[in-house]
Design a binder for this molecule. Sequence first.
Ligand code: 7PM
Length: 259
Amino acid sequence: MGVLNITPDSFSDGGRFTVVETAIEQALSMADLGASIIDVGGESTRPNATPVSSKEEISRVVPVIKGIRSKSNVAISIDTSKPDVMKAAVDEGANLINDVYALQRPGALEMAATLGVPVCLMHMQANPKTMQDSPNYLNVVDEVSSFFTQRIAACEAVGITRDKIIIDPGFGFGKTLQHNLSLLAKLALFKRHGCPILAGLSRKSMIGEILNKRVEERLFGSVSAALLAVINGASIVRVHDVAETADALKIHNAVQGNY
Ligand code: 7PM
């Protein structure tokens, strides 16, 4: 899964046409380099990011989803927590809902059920503003696992069957470095839920902390972490550096007998 952020600040220019055209090109390039899913997001999850209305979020993502869909059959994931953004995106051809709130915002669960596409349920402690203030768990693996049990049950209660659910421990979302390392080390335990596991580690501060490197220096750490996640049971890795990660995973696949 390749990350595509469509926030005006994520492109140097800022003119709408340029933003949309650049985003579409970037998506097609990631697909070309080996991404099978493009994760399109119109609102930043950054702690101090200004909140975006659903109207604004739709106006950012819809032209990009339209453009990708008109030129490619690559799977598109919509990174949102808002029901009306989910609908607008799926109506334009998005194939998956990626929600860092795990469908806990009002109306999200029902909308996802109505739209009938697969969903990614990510674990987060607290919210993006406060999550890194004082992450606290008795046992992070157990607590994240019971969260999945609860959210999968909530999904099933509205008719989202388990075969449409992907689970994600939410690296960096209300977790210290030690919490993140425990989750990565024990990732295989989440297989008991019977859902594919998604892992997003790309360029995250846990890698920066271990290596003492700035975000633009985290490529090798990110590729290593993605490979480890796959070895430990992840089916999908959410990454910025598609070509480099694809190389690492091709080596893994070859060793697994798929060369
Ligand atoms: C600030 C904070 C900027 C967090 C960017 C981020 C994930 C995700 C993100 C993830 C799933 C980032 C994150 N991370 N969706 N969206 N899993 N499912 O580093 O780990 O990309 S945003």
